[in-house]
Design a protein around this ligand. Sequence first.
Ligand SMILES: Cc1ncc(COP(=O)(O)O)c(C=O)c1O
Length: 382
Amino acid sequence: MIYLNNAATSYPKPKKVQEAVMASFSGPLVHASRTGMERDEDDILYVCRSKLADLLNIEDPLHIIFTSGSTEALNLALKGLPLEGGNVVISAIEHNSVIRPLKTLEKEGKISVTIVECDKNGYIEPQQFAEAIRDDTKAIVVNHCSNVTGAVLDIAEIAKIAHSAGAYIVVDASQSAGAVPIDCKNWDIDLLAFTGHKSLYGMQGIGGLYIKDGIELKPLKVGGTGILSELLLQPEGFPIHYEAGTPNTPGIISLYAGLQFIFETGLENIIEHKKKLYKILFDELADNPDIEIYSPKNEHTSYSNFCFNIKGMVPEEVGYVLEASFDIWVRTGLHCAPLILPYLGVEPWGTVRASHSYFTTEEEIYKFVEAVKKITIIPKRK
Ligand SMILES: Cc1ncc(COP(=O)(O)O)c(C=O)c1O
């Protein structure tokens, strides 16, 4: 099998991750007194928070809250911020994990939502956010990297625009964490959501939210914390205020191993490898008149997604033939990002998305290219 669906979930996981998860089940996953909330170098929760802080340039690791993934992190951010009575600016490249919580708040009459258009590759100039801001805008919520085309936005500039209007900047880094550099401190990000099972190489069911110091945020859930049990209300402070319930320790162990893999390999080497594969895809397929490519050819990209259609075929047909005849796994359809469709000109069926990882080989990419070329010569409907 050639796996080109890493934007959904990465496969394979590094050996280190597989071994760490297996080893975690050979002993009890809790200590006699559960902590996880402190600066304890022997505690996997703190050790993992610290590695995440190194990768994302976050000053205080305790300001990283573990969640089940980006979806929960974004729900925590969007339902917890004081947005009521205001406007929220989002973009056309958002995932449903941003669109649906905000559209629900809009339906309840609590906020209004403004959508900034993208270009035909999913890119948006920072200035477009400045033009969308209104007097009552309370937040810009934006996807750092499109899970459809792989377009990467300039978060540092968008954050400046949000702050100059007195609004929060909330970033969905689901596709970018572990794939492109992120600098929470210097970009002055207020809240950043990430997921563990994509380019961070961890398991499904683990992710988190970075919360900048001084941000007013209500917790999404309250309950047991293992410590301070005498308090009848959720304890204050980071991360305990936001982390009720038993943590996903195997997930955190996997995430830490994934982060170790990234540091040992070097993010720049991971990017370089993907860039090389991306170039092969464009060199081989960009001039083919039967193929429409939606991913950016310029530098505004994660180099991870090759988003395309074959003229005369719906994406599902292409995906079916790739899998049934060539054993190549891609993702087809809307990719949980419905707002981008008209800008790419791909309504109503969406696109085919082939997403490679550090583990994808050049040979696999050439096999994919050959398969796509063969599919283009299948006789098409008129
Ligand atoms: C851009 C984007 N946002 C949010 C999510 C949701 O992540 P998770 O399903 O891990 O919560 C995804 C995952 O597909 C994504 O690509």
